[in-house]
Design a protein around this ligand. Structure first.
Ligand SMILES: Nc1ncnc2c1ncn2[C@@H]1O[C@H](COP(=O)(O)OP(=O)(O)OP(=O)(O)O)[C@@H](O)[C@H]1O
Ligand SMILES: [Mg+2]
Length: 255
């Protein structure tokens, strides 16, 4: 079992992380600290490295240099148990990836039962509790294709939460949704923040990032060019590139 430190030491820490794909550098000396019960928003243009950073944090990508710690344990140490690390991190991506041939309840209870050794009764109790909290209590026995995109994405969030993760990584979870469905999913994230979940999210929803994030990191060409509180980064950006990025967002009517 992981022993989660109760002090303020970071849940996730990255130091000088470097990631290349076929010779091109995608993350360059990235440092990141995520304190418990905080939300970190990764913003930046398409291709700036947000998803890659999240995938490295979850060990879906192997880093070329640097190190990553989860609750003080170096997870990039070759001796680390990668499966055990992934069990402590919940991930939700843009495309919800629910299994179409399984009911909502079975989608959610699969990992707790198969990977975490929960009994069916335990797993279903937790699943129903989460579905209720996310306003989906009537959908347990439905198949994913009978749900709206927003509902499917909320099920994907329930599925990630079902294993009681220490850290939740959310990659553009509203990007595939019709505009009228975005709000309900963001509302769920806001609720999780209120409950103290530690999260790192990549998002193009700047208004949301500004509203929910404790820390905002602006990525530019694989570098965290600027970071600070939402008020600092959005209200008083120090770097010309950050200003230019935000100006484009404002011009596009997205902030
Ligand atoms: N598996 C891969 N193989 C080769 N290059 C990759 C791979 N994954 C990502 N890249 C490259 O890494 C860079 C960063 O990509 P990444 O997906 O992290 O960007 P992003 O900030 O998430 O962009 P978006 O906002 O479009 O989601 C891009 O130039 C991309 O082409
Ligand atoms: Mg991305």
């Amino acid at each position: 079992m992981s022993t989660a430190p109760q002090d303020g030491s970071p849940v996730l820490r990255m130091e000088s992380v470097r990631k290349t794909f076929g010779g091109s550098v995608v993350l360059r000396d990235v440092d990141l600290e995520v304190a418990p019960h905080t939300v970190t928003a990764l913003i930046g243009a398409s291709g700036s490295g947000k998803s890659t950073l999240l995938r490295c944090a979850n060990l879906l990508e192997e880093i070329d240099d640097g190190a990553i710690w989860l609750d003080g344990e170096e997870i990039t140490d070759p001796r680390a148990d990668q499966d055990a690390v992934r069990r402590r991190i919940g991930v939700v991506f843009q495309a919800y990836n629910l299994f179409p041939h399984m009911t909502v309840l079975d989608n959610i209870t699969l990992a707790p039962r198969r990977v975490h050794g929960a009994s069916r009764a335990q797993a279903e109790e937790r699943a129903r509790e989460l579905l209720e909290r996310l306003g989906l209590s009537g959908k347990a026995d439905a198949y994913p294709d009978r749900l709206s995109g927003g509902q499917q994405q909320r099920v994907a969030i329930v599925r990630a939460l079902a294993v009681r993760p220490r850290l939740l990584l959310l990659d553009e979870i509203t990007a595939a949704l019709d505009p009228e469905l975005v709000g309900e999913v963001l509302e769920v994230v806001r609720g999780l923040k209120d409950e103290g979940m530690t999260m790192v999210l990549a998002t193009h929803e700047m208004g949301f990032a500004r509203d929910v994030a404790d820390q905002v990191c602006f990525l530019d060409g694989g570098v965290v060019l600027e970071r600070g509180t939402a008020d600092q980064v959005f209200g008083d950006p120090q770097q010309e590139r950050t200003r230019r990025f935000l100006r484009r967002i404002v011009e596009a009517g997205r902030l």
